[in-house]
Design a protein around this ligand. Structure first.
Ligand code: AMP
Ligand code: GLY
Length: 424
């Protein structure tokens, strides 16, 4: 089997490494990939949202399956493109079609979906510039802090949490009338603030059956103690200690089952990952968001814990035989710490040489924003590498990640030294 992975981050390096362990796969391709995937697969430098380029690559290399890492190609319809093309329609795509991808592509759609199928989530209403004053009135009925979300994809920046009512009103107006987040904020979801502690649960589904993968907690803020600007994620831990059996049972019964059943009822044939962002409020789950892909850096702790052949599970997704598949997960804890470019998540420099990572042997080095230039591995993004380790405890795993990091260097390298601080 020849498999193509779309994307270029740490998540995609983790997919590539995991799939490279499958004896059913002969050739792995990554588009565009990074310096890490280049070592274990063939990188092809195309943009995953250029579907014609993806088609040519698939046909030229006799690809038998496509695994989609990021949300953009899914929201733009890469799976629908394959199904509509005579030469591609029998090649399975792991990732939902456009209708399912709306769970991430439109916050308004996903809130309507949750409400319709009784999935616990914060109370909400949606507004556009045409009913802005109703938005002001709705805000007045809520307690601070106020949560405003751009309906569409806004590169992870479209959620504002504000303490003052006046500020919330002003921001709402900026979003819907002045397109603060472009077209993405022409509709805004306003919702109740949820208290509690966040975690993510990952589900793989073939549209009928599902498997619940290990849970994870990520650390989104740039600064220690969860302060400063939001990032794509600075580190992650799996499993999540407070997500005990009783909580995870509630998640399965109250969230996962109604979500899968809801997709079926609504005629959405969903084949791929569902990333469920949850708030645990005193043992009760409430959905913060759905994503239609795996998380990054959560994948860098979730996949290493899966001991079975991931490709076998993907075949189950493609053939709707996921119920006949089984998989096992190590009891060990996995942690990852993200190395980022100084300045990230604001402006930062690229093409800094990265040294020392080849000397790491107690951790897995997942490349994210890296590339090869003049035979050297250099930085090529804000998030550069995720350093993942196993341990019997969170502390033990983290100690390994931090010891490995001591060997790695690039100009203005930054990372959080307190990943897991709230759990240990
Ligand atoms: P989202 O893109 O919907 O995941 O929102 C980004 C982040 O904002 C989440 O990971 C939460 O930390 C926070 N957030 C979103 N919605 C809420 C809410 N209703 N209550 C509290 N925090 C929220
Ligand atoms: N780490 C959060 C995400 O992948 O969206």
């Amino acid at each position: 089997m020849n498999v193509l992975i779309l994307g270029s981050g740490g998540r995609e390096h983790a997919f590539t490494l995991k799939l490279s362990e499958s004896n059913k796969i002969s050739n792995l391709f990554v588009a565009p990939g990074n310096a890490g995937t280049d070592k274990i697969a063939k990188n092809i430098n195309i943009n995953p949202t250029d579907f014609i380029a993806v088609k040519n690559l698939v046909l030229q290399n006799n690809i038998n399956m496509v695994v989609v890492g990021p949300e953009a190609p899914l929201v733009e319809g890469v799976h629908d493109f394959f199904l509509a093309d005579a030469e591609l329609k029998n090649i399975p795509v792991i990732g939902p079609k456009k209708d399912g991808a709306l769970l991430e592509g439109s916050k308004d759609f996903s809130k309507q979906f949750m409400q319709k199928h009784n999935v616990p989530t914060a109370k909400y209403q949606s507004f556009t510039k045409d009913n802005l004053t109703d938005g002001f009135t709705f805000l007045e009925t809520l307690e601070p802090p106020y949560v405003l979300k751009a309906d569409g994809l806004a590169a992870g920046k479209g959620v504002l949490i504000l303490n003052s009512l006046d500020e919330a009103k002003a921001e709402l107006e900026e979003m819907v009338s002045n397109q603060k987040f472009g077209e993405a904020s022409s509709t805004v979801v306003i919702e109740e603030f949820l208290k509690g502690i966040e975690l993510s649960v990952f589900v793989l589904t073939d549209g009928k059956n599902y498997k619940i993968l290990p849970s994870a907690k990520d650390y989104k803020r740039i600064g220690e103690g969860d302060t400063g600007l939001n990032t794509g994620g600075m580190g992650a831990i799996s499993p999540v200690p407070f997500a005990d059996e009783s909580f995870l049972n509630k998640v399965e019964e109250l969230v996962v089952k109604p979500t899968i059943a809801g997709l079926q009822k609504d005629g959405i044939d969903y084949r791929g990952f569902i990333f469920i962002g949850l708030m645990n409020d005193n043992g009760n789950p409430s959905v913060v968001e759905y994503n239609v892909r795996m998380g990054d850096p959560e994948t860098e702790v979730v996949l290493p814990r899966i001991e079975s052949d991931l490709f076998d599970l993907f075949e189950g997704v493609a053939n709707q035989t996921l119920d006949q598949k089984s998989f096992s997960v190590t009891d060990k804890t996995a942690t990852t710490v993200m190395l980022v470019s100084g300045g990230y998540p604001e402006a930062y420099q690229k093409e800094k040489e990265i040294t020392g990572f080849d000397n790491v042997n107690d951790s897995i080095v997942f490349h994210a924003g890296t590339k090869i230039k003049d035979n050297k591995v250099v930085t090529n993004g804000g998030r550069v590498m995720a350093i993942s380790s196993f341990g019997n405890t969170i502390e033990e795993a983290l100690q390994k990640s931090y010891k490995s990091i001591d060997k790695i260097n690039f100009d203005k390298m930054n990372y959080r030294k307190d990943i897991g601080f709230d759990l240990v």
